[in-house]
Design a protein around this ligand. Structure first.
Ligand code: NAD
Length: 421
């Protein structure tokens, strides 16, 4: 595994669990040192157990020496970051730097597998860049969801492999055989497109339901029942129709913009995706405006307690978090923000300056004119409203994830506002 972040580490421990011998490589020596000690470097359900299992079995090891690791490898998974470039396209600098440095060390017959999300055409470009006919490059996009990455790997909806060499593609698919998953083996461009199409479709569903929620608020309709009523239609399905403060995370924002860029490059104006992205930005504005209206119109000097900073529950990932988008807007409007997130214990560059971090949920609510829920951590739903009532300045809560038990809060004298009702 080249790159031992969310994808490389999850894939590495799971591949070792399936019985493969895995070396996870990273240029971050401190990360590799911690992993060698068996310390999980990300928050992910079941990861600590599988990490320990892999190390104890002798099938999983960690290294900063990529060339040594690939010299023996039948398969090399590229799992490095592909962030958004200035023009919205995916930035492939890390991928190509890794590939160029490893190329001379690859042994004949090795399959190089792109797990990073990359523009359509990258596998073939990488093949040409390697300039070796004894190595094949395959695309094998990753569909894991942070927070359930291990379960998603071990029980995937599908495995997708794209390779111009049928035998190499079959060998890659075979790595996953024990999982018994539906497998799509195709050409590299199609495989790369499946990844972008899947993320774009999911982002579209989320923008749709958030816009529907705003409409429900205006129409005095109830988004929960609208979603149930829609979701029972098997053509629609109930998943990914949960309204929230907007979508984010390390993938959807950059992958949506990258797809628009990919389409632009071939002269296709993907107006639908543009609207999906714009709808999401409007959602952030709408949520911040709603919080302002709850406190009387102006946020200037108003203390706000925030529950949740990560982009979703079950992860410590703050990249492109909708919670941070909302917090940034609250601060810009003059609010003072005290926030609590179970995985955020120390200030970092990711957190907007001006945010005070609290050590627990109740402390974050202390003195607040409004308590705002922005990430759906289970502990928020389990927090006793009486304890919160005792410390807030005003009994006012805005549930941006629709996770609190409304009646319990209303019974304690809170005014309770939520999305889509
Ligand atoms: P990440 O930033 O968590 O991890 C990338 C790792 O690669 C880092 O630890 C970095 O130090 C390392 N790295 C960079 N250059 C290297 C090099 N030359 N040699 C060795 N290591 C190197 O990124 P991530 O979230 O794991 O995402 C990786 C890719 O997978 C991205 O393309 C992303 O879009 C895609 N993806 C991510 C997710 C997700 O939920 N995070 C899901 C599906 C796909």
């Amino acid at each position: 595994m080249i790159g031992t972040g969310y994808v490389g580490l999850s894939t590495g421990v799971c591949m070792a669990h399936l019985g493969h011998h895995v070396v996870c490589v990273d240029i971050d020596a401190a990360k590799i040192e911690r992993l060698r000690r068996g310390e999980a470097t990300i928050v992910e359900h079941r990861l600590p157990e599988l990490l320990r299992e892999g190390i104890d079995s002798g099938r999983l090891s960690f290294s900063t020496d990529g060339a040594a690791a690939v010299a023996d490898a039948e398969f090399v998974f590229m799992c490095v970051q592909t962030p958004q470039g200035d023009d919205g396209s995916a930035d492939l600098r890390h991928l190509y730097a890794a590939l160029d440095s490893l190329a001379p060390a690859l042994r004949p017959g090795t399959v190089v597998i792109n797990k990073s999300t990359v523009p359509v055409g990258t596998a073939r470009e990488a093949q040409a860049r390697l300039g070796r006919t004894d190595i094949h490059v395959a695309s094998n996009p990753e569909f894991l969801r942070e927070g359930s990455a291990i379960d998603d790997f071990l029980e995937p909806d599908r495995v997708v492999v794209g390779c111009d060499d049928a035998a190499a593609g079959a060998r890659v698919a075979d790595l996953y055989r024990k999982l018994g998953a539906a497998t799509v083996v195709t050409d590299p461009a199609t495989s790369e497109t499946v990844k972008y199409a899947s993320n774009a479709f999911l982002a579209t569903k989320l923008s749709f339901v958030n816009d529907m929620a705003a409409l429900c608020e205006a129409l005095s309709a109830n988004i929960d029942d609208v979603v149930i009523g829609m979701g029972l239609d098997r053509r629609i399905g109930k998943d990914f129709l949960r309204p929230g403060p907007g979508w984010g995370g390390s993938c959807f924002p950059k992958d949506s913009r990258a797809l628009i860029n990919i389409a632009d490059n071939v002269g296709h104006d993907f107006g639908l995706m543009r609207s999906v992205v714009e709808s999401n930005l409007r959602q952030f504005d709408r949520i911040a405006a709603r919080i302002a209206s709850l406190v009387g119109g102006s946020l200037a000097g108003v203390p706000i307690g925030v529950w949740g900073l990560t982009f979703k529950a079950g992860t410590d990932d703050l990249r492109d978090s909708p919670a941070l988008e909302i917090v940034t807007r609250l601060l810009a409007a003059g609010a003072t923000v005290t926030a609590y997130d179970p995985t955020v214990t120390a200030p970092s560059n990711s957190i907007p300056s001006g945010v005070h971090l609290a050590g627990d949920a109740v402390s974050a609510a202390k003195g607040a004119a409004c308590l705002v829920v922005l990430t759906e951590w289970l502990e928020f739903a389990a927090t006793d409203p009486d304890e919160v009532a005792a410390v807030v300045a005003e009994r006012r809560v805005f549930d941006g994830r629709n996770v609190l038990e409304a009646d319990a809060w209303i019974d304690r004298g809170f005014s309770y506002a939520r999305i889509g009702r």
